[in-house]
Ligand binder design. Structure first.
Ligand code: F6P
Length: 357
C-alpha cells in the first residue's frame, strides 16, 4: 500500500498532466493498493489541507491536455518560512497535512522556486520526489524540462507567421520570447524560426551592433529583419550596472518591456519602422507536443519506480538521453543558463545570426 500526495506549483506549462498521469498509471498498474491525494493550487493546497482523492479515472484522457488538473499558484520560496496573514507557520502546516494523511511521499512538479521549497520539505524530513517542469528549461541537473519543447514550437510558429508579413512590408520585427532570466527558449525558437538576430540575457547586447546587423542586411538587399528577443535580454550598459542601479533605472523606464526599448532605439538609430509582437502566455498554453508527452510520461513512470523502491529525495531528469535521478540538494537554488560560448551559440553565429555582441 502506498499513499502519495501530488501537487503542481509555479507557472504552469504543457505536459504537467501527462507527467502526473505517468506517475499514477505506473503505480496503479504495478501496485495492488494505491491512494493518490491531489493538493490543489500548488503548495497552497498542502498548507491549507485543500486536496481531493484521485482515482485512475481522474488520470484518464489527460495525456494531451495542457494546464494542470490540480491547478497551480506561485508561493515564493523567500517568504515560505514566514507565517501567513493569520499567523500560520506554513512549513509546519505542510508537514502536519503530510503526516495527517500518512503519506509515503509527495510528488512535486515544478520549476526553480518550487524546487527550493521541495528541498526544504526534504530537509524537514518528508519523502519527496520532484519532476522538472518549465518552459524556461533553466533547471539545474537536467538537460531538459517538460514544457520546453512545446513552448519552442509555439514561439517558432509565432516567428514563422511574422516572417511572411515582415517580408511583405519590408519591416523590422521583434518577437519577444519568454524564458525569465535565461535564453534557452529564445535561442531555440530563434534558430528554428530563422531569426536574423537573437538577443538573450546571457549575452548582453550592444545596440549599435544590432543596428549594424540590420543595416548590413539592408545593404545586401534583404527587405526585412527578424529579431528574437528574450524577455530577459539586457544591454551591455545595463548589465554593467549594480542590481540597485538597474532596479532604479527600471523604475523610470517608460517601456513595457525590453523589446519596446530596443524597437525605439532601432527606430531612432536606423530610421526604420519596427513592430513588436509578444506571444506571451500562449507559449505556455495548449496541448503538449509529442516530445513532451513521451518525456513527461517517462519521467512520471521513473518517479513511480523510485516511490515503489522507497528511494526518495530526488528530482527525476534526463542527461545525455538517459533518465536519471538527481539529489534534490544539488538541484535547489541553481540556475541552468546558456553558456555564451556554447556550441549551439557558435553554430548559430556561423549561420550568420547576430547576437548583438
Ligand atoms: O517560468 C515560466 C514563465 O512563463 C517565464 O517564462 C515568465 O517569465 C514567467 O513564467 C511569467 O510568469 P507569470 O505567469 O506569473 O506572469
Amino acid at each position: 500500500m502506498k499513499r502519495i500526495g501530488m501537487l503542481t506549483s509555479g507557472g504552469d506549462c504543457q505536459a504537467l498532466n501527462a507527467a502526473m498521469r505517468g506517475v499514477a498509471k505506473t503505480l496503479f498498474n504495478c501496485l495492488e493498493e494505491v491512494e493518490i491525494y491531489g493538493f490543489l493550487d500548488g503548495y497552497r493546497g498542502l498548507i491549507y489541507g485543500n486536496f481531493k482523492m484521485l482515482n485512475s479515472r481522474d488520470f484518464s484522457g489527460i495525456l494531451t491536455k495542457g494546464g494542470t488538473i490540480l491547478g497551480s499558484s506561485r508561493t515564493p520560496f523567500k517568504t515560505i518560512q514566514d507565517p501567513d496573514e493569520n499567523g500560520i507557520d506554513r512549513v509546519e502546516a505542510m508537514k502536519h497535512n503530510y503526516y495527517k494523511l500518512k503519506l509515503d511521499c509527495m510528488v512535486i512538479l515544478g520549476g526553480n522556486g518550487t524546487h527550493k521549497t521541495a528541498n526544504l520539505l526534504r530537509e524537514e524530513g518528508l519523502n519527496i520526489i520532484t519532476l522538472p517542469k518549465t518552459i524556461d528549461n533553466d533547471l539545474y541537473g537536467t538537460d531538459m524540462t517538460f514544457g520546453f519543447q512545446s513552448a519552442v514550437n509555439i514561439a517558432t510558429e509565432a516567428i514563422d507567421c511574422i516572417h511572411t508579413t515582415a517580408a511583405s512590408h519590408g519591416r523590422v520585427f521583434i518577437i519577444e520570447v519568454m524564458g525569465h532570466k535565461v535564453g534557452w527558449l529564445t535561442l531555440n525558437a530563434g534558430i528554428a524560426g530563422g531569426a536574423d538576430i537573437i538577443l538573450i540575457p546571457e549575452i548582453p547586447y550592444d545596440i549599435n551592433k544590432v543596428v549594424e546587423s540590420i543595416q548590413r542586411r539592408n545593404k545586401a538587399g534583404s527587405r526585412f529583419t527578424i529579431l528574437a528577443v528574450a524577455e530577459g535580454a539586457i544591454s551591455k550598459e545595463d548589465a554593467a550596472l549594480s542590481k540597485k542601479e538597474y532596479k532604479e533605472k527600471l523604475k523610470n523606464n517608460p517601456y513595457p518591456s525590453v523589446s519596446y526599448e530596443i524597437a525605439a532605439a532601432i527606430q531612432e538609430k536606423a530610421g526604420q519602422e519596427v513592430r513588436v509582437t509578444v506571444p506571451g502566455h500562449t507559449q505556455r498554453g495548449g496541448s503538449p507536443c509529442a516530445y513532451d508527452r513521451v518525456f513527461a510520461s517517462r519521467l512520471g513512470s521513473e518517479a513511480a519506480k523510485l516511490i515503489m523502491d522507497d528511494d526518495y529525495g530526488y528530482m527525476v531528469g534526463i542527461k545525455n538521453r538517459e533518465i536519471i535521478k538527481v539529489p534534490l540538494a544539488e538541484v535547489a537554488g541553481k540556475l541552468k543558463m546558456v553558456a555564451p560560448d556554447a556550441t549551439i551559440v557558435q553554430e548559430a553565429k556561423m549561420l550568420g545570426i547576430s547576437f548583438g555582441d
